[in-house]
Design a protein around this ligand. Sequence first.
Ligand SMILES: C[S@@+](CC[C@H](N)C(=O)[O-])C[C@H]1O[C@@H](n2cnc3c(N)ncnc32)[C@H](O)[C@@H]1O
Length: 305
Amino acid sequence: MNPLSTYHEPVMLQECLEGLLIQPDGIYVDVTFGGGGHSRAILDKLTTGRLLVFDQDPDAVANAEEFKDDKRFTFIAANFRHLKRYLKLHKAEKVNGILADLGVSSHQINTPERGFSTRFDAELDMRMNPANEKTAREVINTRSTTELQRILGMYGEVMNAKTAAEAIFSARHNSQIETVNDLKDILMRYAPKHRENKYFAQVFQALRIEVNDELSVLEEFLTQVPEVLNPGDRLVVMSYHSLEDRLVKNFIQKGKFFGEVEKDFYGNEIKPMKSVTRKPVEATPEEVAINPRARSAKLRVAEKI
Ligand SMILES: C[S@@+](CC[C@H](N)C(=O)[O-])C[C@H]1O[C@@H](n2cnc3c(N)ncnc32)[C@H](O)[C@@H]1O
């Protein structure tokens, strides 16, 4: 068994590799290195090619140890919102394929003190990069009710977002809300009976998106992708919730995040990418049975026009 397999089991590995159309001498980017599952498989397919990887979480660096002497491999400890800048810095202005496996790793979820999981009591943190200032604790304790309602409603699709926001607001008058259990205790009476886990998962998803600025980061990243790919080269993205998938889908199909595709004088669509997968690819039931995280994954492949 791979020693790192407990860190994160790569989702839809074969589908990602096929989507990238890997050439052995090409330059590839994995913007979400995590446990390195996808990266390792990409490297296996390269001869003289290069692989540049990003991860903003310092915990992920340890997983790159096995590649540290591999001249084909470059680890970039940064947020992929700075894709273009770092590729330029590492002399890879143009690349042949980009993989993004969005969201948090199993390692992040399963490390109690990171505060991502509803299963463990810990300080409300949820930063993928612990050097960032914004934490879940700060969001919960300082935002107005309107702002909390927006976060819970928009990012978590929490159905009683207003009530939950008001409950948080009034609870924090007595004392700061410090921990996962503090927050769960406040919201427990508003969680639908027998569906508490799903409710808290939505609340936590909302906070995580806000803390890590996930949707604007994704938009910034996607906008840079066509600038670093050559025509015919591929982008493969896996998302785990509908808000991310909608941004990816709109960008691929329309070249923008909202509204309709623009057309030129002759009626040709103006967009930098075209879809390779008509519908998003989903994991097989066999994979989901082994790796439950794969259940919500939606994979889209696009090609630079
Ligand atoms: C789902 S895991 C990737 C797992 C990886 N594909 C594997 O096989 O092990 C996502 C990883 O991307 C990182 N990440 C998420 N958003 C990021 C961002 N905006 N910039 C850099 N890294 C990010 C997280 O820290 C996490 O380690």
